[in-house]
Design a protein around this ligand. Sequence first.
Ligand code: BES
Ligand code: ZN
Length: 408
Amino acid sequence: MKIAMMAVLFVASIAQAHVPLENFQTKPILADLKDLRALNIPVMSKDEYAQVGYAVVTPESQQRLQEYTHANGKCGGFEDLSQEKAISVQGFAGMIASLSQHLKKDALYERAPFRAMDVGQNKALASAIDEIKVENMQATVAWLSSYGTRFNRASNPNVHVNDLKKKLEDMLASSSIPHEVTLIDHQSTNQKSVRVRLTGSEKPNEIVVLGAHLDSINMSWSGGDKAPGADDNASGSSNLIEALRIASTKAQPKRTVDFFWYAGEESGLLGSAEIAKQYKAQKADVVGVLQLDMTLFPGSGELVIGSMTDFTSSWLRDYLKSMNDVYIHAQVVDSECGYGCSDHASWYRQGYPTLMPFEAKMDDMNPNIHTARDLVTTDSNFNHSVAYTKIALIFAMDLANSTARQPY
Ligand code: BES
Ligand code: ZN
């Protein structure tokens, strides 16, 4: 009797102390292994080499992780995997293992005594670069920042998307390069991505991808939902529009060039994750992926370009240095996000080579992103941003006309 009584009390006390498990809204995530360990969050699968761990977080542990990573200078600090279809520990373990494989190959290549990527002088490209107009980029950033928000969960998340599609169609109307402008529907968000494809003349199955996220977000505690996103990421979007304007008046590239303006990046790389997966499923031969996200704030100096080293390929980081020597003459400095901070991570995860040139070193980035203050200000520098339009043009006119490939 006494024992039965104790058992009842014991069970009752558990029931009181713990919210029933099924009431937790858990979320599968990938995060930095160090962060998970520091916070004692149970790690379900991990890779020590990639320093990545898979965990299932509760709202409470998610909040702690967010605060911890914020305090350590990371924006989001982890990746939400809720949208993944095949949620299983094994599935995620496989994902992490393949990520680790790419990292190891990249690290090996970096130690190789040779470099495979050289950019030569090319008159057509040099004169295309001379055609970049800062005024066009200024006008595009002003236009995109004038929407109240470009948030993917806004009540009307496609107003600016449709407007961009129309603008691109008009811009390309006189181009002699075979092309198409497409809106891409997504499962994970109502917002659409935009793609412009310039079809390759000789090797249309080899694809060079250039991307920027078009959405914006307001994450400030003070509330409000204005998200002009001038730097993050009207700037990268404008680099691509200007590069496309010029490339579309030149000779048809040998390889196909796909320009993307992605949906829902700020909510977890939503658009790019679906697109990269689809390309992989179709066995698309993507030779290189450029991601432009934040190019307007010269935090480390007007002539300094940050080159993110995580979720990017050493082969393309070399290419950046080489093109900089020939056409840009800035200083390229390595930096890292510490997590999959933008859409290049979606492609890297599918095994494609990626590059992410960034406005500054991570520590010197624009402090006003994700707020109503992300506007064009006296700190914005369009001459700085021009360097990223050049990089886009070099992808569209050099890489897309070459036979170069990642050598591993
Ligand atoms: N532009 C940022 C990414 C960024 C921030 C790059 C700082 C380099 C330095 C991007 O739009 C963003 O905010 N990404 C999210 C991650 C995503 C998985 C939700 C972030 O950093 O929180
Ligand atoms: Zn952002």
